[in-house]
Write a new protein. Structure first.
Length: 156
């Protein structure tokens, strides 16, 4: 394995996980809010979400770190996409759980999905591995979109 600088990985992962935790804090008691919603088919138990998001944030962090470590031109632009999609991501729980804007949060999620896809294209130009690490995130966002729209239909 190449001689890698691991400190940026720890900083990126720490910042990403901390941002996710802060977002959860801002959105209030999302577990209780989730429990009270009428749920669609395939809706997972509430405990699944923090587990999945922790794993996704770690994969996202490793992916961003691979881009950070590259010596290729364009990495700063690609990392701006990472930060931008993360900011959009972190507002979703506030919109959905905190403000109960179920339909608006669905469109917000579609916007997030578009940003993530654009980010993946940028990442792929620099590192195929970094791009591939984002695929579980895209799949989860698609599933989250199904859930979000279903929650809107069932709870309006």
């Amino acid at each position: 394995m190449k001689n890698r600088n691991w400190k940026p990985l720890l900083l990126i992962a720490g910042a990403t996980l901390l941002a996710g935790a802060f977002s959860t804090f801002l959105s209030g008691d999302s577990m209780e809010s989730y429990r009270l919603l009428r749920k669609p088919l395939l809706a997972p138990r509430a405990i699944v979400f923090p587990i999945v998001w922790t794993l996704l944030y770690l994969l996202m962090s490793i992916s961003a770190w691979l881009i950070y470590e590259t010596r290729q031109r364009g990495k700063h632009n690609a990392l701006k996409f990472y930060v931008g999609q993360l900011a959009v991501n972190l507002l979703w729980p506030l919109l959905f759980f905190g403000m109960k804007l179920y339909l608006f949060s669905f469109f917000w999620l579609l916007f997030l999905l578009l940003l993530v896809i654009l980010m993946i294209f940028r990442f792929y130009q620099l590192s195929a591995a970094a791009a591939l690490l984002q695929i579980p995130y895209v799949l989860w966002l698609i599933f989250a979109g199904y859930l979000n729209f279903s929650f809107y239909l069932l709870n309006r």
